[in-house]
Design a protein around this ligand. Sequence first.
Ligand code: DX5
Ligand code: ZN
Length: 252
Amino acid sequence: MLSTTTRYTSRHLKRILVEPNSKMVWGEKKYIIAPSILSADFARLGEEVDNVLKAGADVIHFDVMDNHYVPNLTIGPMVCKALRDHGVTAPIDVHLMVSPVDALIDEFIKAGASHITFHPEATNHIDRSLQLIKNGGCKAGLVFNPATPLDACKYVMDKLDIILLMSVNPGFGGQKFIPNVLEKAKEARKLIDDNGLDCRLMIDGGVKVDNIKAVADAGVDMMVAGSAIFKSPRTVESYKETIDAMRKEIGE
Ligand code: DX5
Ligand code: ZN
């Protein structure tokens, strides 16, 4: 084991050791593509996830909605655990669109989540919720709605592995990309770089082959895409075609 890990820097090694639920994609890849299973066929979710991973996805984006914080209801920790039991070893990126968040953070840690992000206005104690995630060995992040400024980052920067910018209003897949988020992405990129943060800048909502380059140019390095990838004919080949086209657009 040691002989295979000594090739890595100590930063890499730290990532391996703190990522019990992830294979190594975090520090190795310039861009991470994270298909959102919100647009998958839920009647055959395991197969859909297997197929999108075979097609070259890096991470599975897992949208949790509670019909309270957002006007829609989706999936919870049992489904995350079911994917792990099914054999999914790729990182599972849990996006909590729920309020409150702390009890579900614990449940998702137990269910095998790799990353957990939440909306700052959905918890009374942002720092505590971030610490809960970190203590569970998961990567932690804050999610900002299109009209929400980045202010909540300021005093918790040391705990942020992900800043996630919503490029649609949360609640539904298949919405139109809100271009004003590109300005916010540039601001977030500057915040990350100026402070030397080891933090991914992620975007979620309306990302397609034809706008992913603008997103990358604004400094984003982790892209969620749901309806652009999970669509008919729902085969590995068709998912691969979209993911490959996205990577080509961003120069990979
Ligand atoms: C919206 C979700 C997104 C959504 C993205 O609330 O957080 O992850 O599934 O879907 P598309 O790519 O279709 O906008
Ligand atoms: Zn999402």
